[in-house]
Design a protein. Sequence first.
Length: 560
Amino acid sequence: MLQELAIKNFAIIDALTISFDGGMTVLTGETGAGKSIIIDAVGLLAGGRASSDLIRHGENKTVVQGLFEMPDTPYLFDLMNDYGITPDRDQVVLQRELSNNGKNVTRVNGTLVTVAVLREIASHLIDIHGQNEHQELMNPQKHLYLLDQFGDESLAALLHAYEESYAEYQQIQTERSNLMLDEQQNIQRIDLLTFQINEIEQANLTDDNEEAALIEERNLLANYQRILQGLTTLYAVLQGDEGNVIDQVGIGLEAIQRIESFGKNYQDLATNISESFYQLQDAAATIRNEMDEMSYDEGRLNEIELRLETLKQLKRKYGSTIKEIKAYYEAIVVELDMISNKESYLNQLQKRYDKAYVILIQVGADLTKKRREMGRKLEIEVQNQLKELYMDKATFQVVFKEQEAIRSNGLHDVEFYIAPNVGEPPKPLAKIASGGELSRMMLAMKTIFTQTQGITSIIFDEVDTGVSGRVAQAIANKIHVVSEHSQVLCITHLAQVAAISDQHFFIEKAVIEERTYTHVEKITGTKRTAEIARMLAGTEITDLSIAHAEELLNLAKKEK
């Protein structure tokens, strides 16, 4: 949920910080006080359109920040990691800066990101609904996704099975397309593959660790003189003709052995020196053997350099390791065989393609059947919700349409239709004319989909426009139901909606020294009662309007 919103130099807002709680929060005030400007600021955080016109007159830049509680969705955590954003288990901070020079800076948890990335992340945190914009519910391309979200585990399993079948179908189709290239392209490809196969075969790659072994051998040959000099010096120190280390240690060993019977300490010392003496003798023998076996072969060094250069060229073309080069070789041998024997392979592929197509169509039909079943359940759920919103005569339909081509999400498209009045044919949801009907339709569906969409903050910007009386009360109740599953921020002019909220902010503007400022105050008690009375009665608040406001608040408590 949105925990805190900080706005600086945005439209008529100079500086504003608002802390929000869960549940349902309303923002009320006179028209033009700045309520929608606050929602516009949130919209900017959600990746909305940026313009220098949003910067407060006389200022160089505007900054909007939003602190959100991190939702319990592993997908968002992984998404942030994928974009190089350090995720916090508790919070997400979105920030947007606009400057007069056109500079647009966007950050998530302090990391610079593009607006597209911000929009993708924000889509899991914020869902904004305005009077004429209902986003997913008004976008037919999203209706199939929403239906699948409404579906049960068996539908999810069928969708997964279909996606796997589609991937197999696409794979075979790609193989067919590659084989069915025109003859000239095939000849060119055969020439290239033949050259590559010959080049790799001539290299005679056998040992995956050959390069490492060659580098080690080259280092020994290239540093022959230094190695020989080092061994010679060490051998002379250990076992030279005069005053060598081993002879001196031997003299010392004889001396300590003559006194070792006089105490345990001398015995231990004699043992240690004895072990060291024999270890030095072994080391000297090893050094002598190394020196005897060493030889410098300039021809072998040149041979190694040539081989390493061959491996380097192969790695540059075919893989970063010998193992990868060999794997590439095996793949192109198969490809060359396929192209050279195209007709045979095409026949095999055609059989695989036909089989994959039959399976895909069958799984797709099962998926559509299950979706139709869930669609009927959704129709009943939506119509039940509409009845509670006094649209009991409305008819809601989930309409299936055959796709022109097979796609990865199924064999049919889905679009939501509605007939608000008796005797009218159902029409696409996005084409309903009445604002009041749109508001109720959106709330009905939002009540159903809130639990499955996983959005943590839902914002309603005057979606209750065009309704009154008992419909207004029904909308108020429905918005509060939505707030039981997601935080709701709502701009409203309806007293019924304001009365049922859990938190209430009053927004007003004032002119100070010929500049306009917006002020936000969280109101409770008598202030809240007075504001609801103003919403009922207008500018003149009477005892009757106060009594009516108190009655609305009491009814709201009972309703909750």
